[in-house]
Write a new protein. Structure first.
Ligand code: T46
Length: 147
């Protein structure tokens, strides 16, 4: 397991958002199609997360997402079927862009963490691959088309 800014092929990578700072505090903004490479169709957030909680444990067929720790910190582990990479999220102006067909797991939440996720599509349970063997088999069929 390695800690880097990106996976070798860029399928999961840190992105830095702008920050505007003045004596009143810091302001960070994000624009779909600019700071993130897709139009933002959905925003959701995780909070009241027990520190020993483990979330994720799935991949998506077409969904792209950017994951942020707005407050607190946690570990995000990604797996492209070949390489495993871990990111530590603790800076609200820094998110991890996760491409389609990447297995992800989240753990080591600090007390009071708020995780915000920007997503390229509305929620669709049919887009989830929640079984690791199915994920691995899907990667063996690279030409497979998902709607
Ligand atoms: C991901 C990680 C980072 C909805 O009804 N609407 C939604 O937009 C979402 C995200 C979830 N749900 C329902 C589906 C489940 O019944 O909420 C329940 C919990 O979802 P899940 O177990 O998938 O939550 P996490 O934290 O394991 O995963 C979530 C996202 O689902 C996933 O896309 O990448 O956060």
């Amino acid at each position: 397991m390695t800690t880097k800014r990106t996976t070798p092929d860029g399928s999961a990578r840190l992105i830095d958002l702008p920050v505007v700072s003045d004596p009143r505090g810091d302001l960070t903004f994000v624009e779909g199609g600019n700071h993130v490479p897709f139009d933002i169709a959905r925003v959701y957030y995780l909070y009241n997360v027990p520190v020993d909680s483990e979330r994720g444990g799935h991949a998506h067929k077409v969904l792209q997402q950017v994951v942020f720790a707005l407050s607190g910190s946690f570990r995000l582990k990604v797996d492209d079927g070949t390489e495993k990479t871990e990111f530590w999220l603790r800076n609200p102006r820094q998110g991890v862009l996760i491409d389609r067909l990447i297995w992800r797991e989240m753990d080591s939440f600090s007390q009071g963490t708020v995780c915000m996720v920007l997503a390229s599509h509305p929620y669709d349970e049919a887009d989830y691959i929640r079984d690791y063997n199915e994920f691995a088999n899907t990667l063996k069929r690279p030409g497979q088309k998902f709607e």
